[in-house]
Design a protein around this ligand. Structure first.
Ligand code: ZN
Ligand code: ZN
Length: 356
């Protein structure tokens, strides 16, 4: 599998007239080499493939890295790449402009004075758009763990418990159910704080008559799930319950329409149309979703501005939301695998409003 990725990347390098690509994004290094650590560099040329790290990762990289020649150095990643003459015979080399730092760029210029360096963007990411069966299996497993965590945490949510306590419970349940980590910092937003789409949990005690929004994910072999559910503590105000119905309808309509071959903005429009018809258009303040994989947010962007055509084999989130300042928020987020004629929903937690 990694072979196909290397060849796919070489084909893109060729199209871009690059003799080499310097890969600095850790998610991309993992995608290409299998390495799951936090300090490495990969250099790909037309004929050669190098993986560079230091002695903290000698054993781990020997176990994980396939198809790349391993260099365990001690001078620094760029210096070790230069010492091993990884760019010999090359003239134009690309670097990843979204992850290479300015300091690293200056090192490259100093260490390889004859090479012409060119910024690139999204070369590995575009390969990673379509998931293979093993990747889908990881995301599916992560989604099943998140569903289990949601089921379990409901028992814990009651008036007087703080957002931070609920967040800690979610993290603990995630580990208990086999996730290697939370996919990102758990979001718990209660009452009026629900109007902040990315609220950090606080010591605020949740109360009767409020909505509580939970957004969390589980990581399995590097791959993430991303699940949001909003629950009510007793009877919530009518306006919030109406908002819930609008978000539910938007989620279900978008899920029913999602398929490879449609545009990302077309899918966003399906959900946005439902919310607009129910009079909440100005409270749906973010895009409908995002790609999911080794990164929690990756391509494709599923937004009103994205002309991108969705591909069968991509995993995306569908997460409409309504955020009413001073009152609260609702979001219902699922992960789906796009097919040619429809999609398969990977997160299976109930979507109807749960009143605790
Ligand atoms: Zn989320
Ligand atoms: Zn998300």
């Amino acid at each position: 599998m990694t072979d196909a990725r290397i060849e796919g990347l070489r084909a893109r390098m060729n199209e871009n007239e690059l003799d080499a690509l310097i890969v600095t994004s850790l998610a991309n290094i993992r995608y290409l080499t299998g390495f799951s650590g936090s300090h490495a560099l990969a250099v790909l040329t037309a004929k050669r493939a190098y993986f560079i790290s230091d002695s903290r990762y000698t054993l781990q990289s020997a176990r994980e890295v396939r198809k790349f020649r391993r260099i365990i150095g001690s001078l620094g990643l760029m210096e070790d790449a230069a010492a091993a003459k990884t760019l010999r015979g090359c003239r134009a080399a690309g670097f990843e402009s979204d992850s290479l730092t300015y300091a690293q760029y200056r090192s490259l210029r100093r260490l390889f004075p004859r090479i012409m360096f060119r910024p690139t963007s999204g070369m590995v990411e575009s390969l990673a758009l379509v998931k293979d069966a093993r990747e889908v299996a990881c995301i599916e497993e992560a989604a099943a763990i998140s569903d289990g965590v949601f089921h379990d945490v409901l028992k814990f949510i009651r008036p007087g418990v703080t957002e931070l306590e609920i967040a800690a419970e979610i993290s603990w349940l995630n580990r208990r159910r086999g996730a290697e980590s939370d996919a990102f910092d758990v979001i718990v937003a209660s009452g009026p704080r629900g109007a902040l789409p990315h609220a950090r949990p606080t010591a605020r005690k949740i109360r009767k008559g409020e909505f509580v929004l939970l957004d969390f994910g589980s990581t399995v072999r590097g791959y993430s799930s991303d699940l949001t559910r909003t629950v009510a503590l007793g009877g919530a105000p009518r306006r919030l319950r109406e908002a819930y119905q609008a978000v539910l309808e938007a989620n279900e309509s978008a899920t029913a329409s999602a398929r490879g071959g449609m545009t990302a903005r077309g899918l966003d429009a399906v959900a946005r149309g439902c919310i607009r018809r129910r009079g909440f258009a100005r409270y749906f303040i973010h895009s409908l979703g995002h790609g999911l994989g080794l990164r929690v947010h990756e391509r494709p962007r599923v937004s009103a501005l994205s002309p991108e055509v969705l591909r069968p084999g991509s995993v995306i989130t569908i997460e409409p939301g309504i955020y009413i300042p001073g009152s609260g928020g609702v979001r219902i987020e699922d992960d789906v695998l796009l097919g040619g004629t429809g999609c398969r929903v990977l997160t299976r937690s109930p979507r109807e409003l749960i009143v605790l």
